[in-house]
Design a protein around this ligand. Structure first.
Ligand SMILES: [Mg+2]
Length: 356
């Protein structure tokens, strides 16, 4: 069996044009400590890290990580790469445990886990290519004929354009959509009413038979979330996402106990230990997440970021990879005959600056 010969990390930094975002397009965890509202205006992640694991038979496994590419690259180059050279990629559990335990004192979550995740994806892609099978066939196989996906964008914006965007997703066949709350505790009752308007207009646009979710991206506190959930009960939402920061487990328990609107969280939780025994809907589209949804009964649906001009960064994978499935009539499907994750790197154009 081929062995790992090289581990290469490359940052793809988008330096092309960027679409402007409205000032309150989504709340964030920084809002509660920033002394001005709209701290989201500086929130963008336009660099992605690509990991290529080359085997001595020429096979290349590809993994990736967003959000913190520079620190993740350093972690892989410094701590993980030495554990991988010469190893058998089929020993993926041993390699994962080696990386996890090597970084445990300073790792466990955050950057170290992001780095392990990017390498692990590349290892699984290589495994699929060696065994000539798609990754989902190696981790449980096909559990659904195709994957239902929800349209995920609908950033907070003027109500007329919000209405148009939401309606367009229904016309494209999506059965569920997710919007973003634009206002948090600093914006008081007036902001609460604006948040309610976003949900109300989305409900008006999609009608009664489409699921609506909304994301606060950790931008609220418990007291504010309690009041918001009460105001949101008339709209029959499927869930409200990350109302408080991910470490506030007592806050999540308190909000859930209200039983007003389903609460989702965990986008910033990590490892099997963090997710044991819960229903999981993987964050974002991106091919590796679809392989999880396809192969698991615990993952009923996937998030889908439509391809749009570059704005926040959520859409950047469309510009870096070929092979990402396009939703048709509210579903994506995976190819049973494509080994690995089925992604290839595009040749980067002049809009990317590469750091190796
Ligand atoms: Mg989210």
């Amino acid at each position: 069996m081929p062995r790992i010969k090289d581990v290469r990390t490359t940052i793809y930094e988008w330096i092309g044009p960027v679409a402007p975002m409205p000032p309150h397009f989504c709340t964030t965890a920084s809002d509660l400590v920033a002394d001005v509202t709209g701290s989201i205006s500086g929130f963008r992640f336009l660099g992605w890290l690509i990991v290529e694991i080359e085997l001595d038979d020429g096979t290349i496994g590809i993994g990736n990580a967003a959000l913190s590419p520079h620190a993740t690259k350093t972690t892989i180059d410094t701590y993980l790469k030495p554990l991988l050279i010469g190893a058998d990629p089929l020993d993926s559990e041993y390699l994962w445990q080696s990386m996890y335990r090597r970084t445990l004192p300073f790792g466990r979550k955050g950057i170290a886990m992001t780095a392990i995740s990017a390498v692990d994806l590349a290892i699984w892609d290589a495994k699929g290519k060696i065994l000539n099978q798609p990754v989902f066939k190696l981790i449980g196989g096909r559990t659904k004929s195709k994957i239902p996906v929800y349209a995920s964008r609908l950033y907070s914006q003027p109500l007329d354009t919000l209405y148009t965007e939401a309606k367009a997703y229904v016309d494209q066949g999506f059965k569920s959509v997710k919007l973003r709350f634009g206002w948090g505790p600093k914006d008081g009752l007036e902001g609460m009413r604006k948040n309610v308007d976003l949900v109300r207009v989305t409900r008006e646009a999609v009608g009664e038979n489409i699921d609506i979710m909304a994301d606060a991206y950790m931008g609220w506190n418990v007291e504010y979330a309690k009041r918001m959930l009460k105001m949101l009960t008339p709209f029959d939402m499927r869930w409200v996402e990350e109302p408080v920061i991910s470490d506030d487990l007592h806050g999540y328990a308190e909000l859930r106990a209200l039983n007003l609107v389903n609460i989702s969280g965990g986008e910033h939780e990590y490892t099997l230990a963090g997710f044991r025994d819960v229903l999981v809907i993987p964050h974002a589209g991106q091919m590796h997440n679809y392989h999880i949804t396809m192969s698991s009964y615990a993952a009923p649906i996937s998030e889908y970021f439509p391809k749009v001009p570059v704005e926040v960064g959520n859409e950047l994978f469309w510009y870096i990879f070929d092979g990402e499935p396009v939703a048709e009539n509210g579903f994506v499907d995976l190819d049973d005959s494509k080994p690995g994750f089925g992604l290839t790197l595009k040749t980067p154009d002049e809009h990317f600056r590469l750091t190796r």
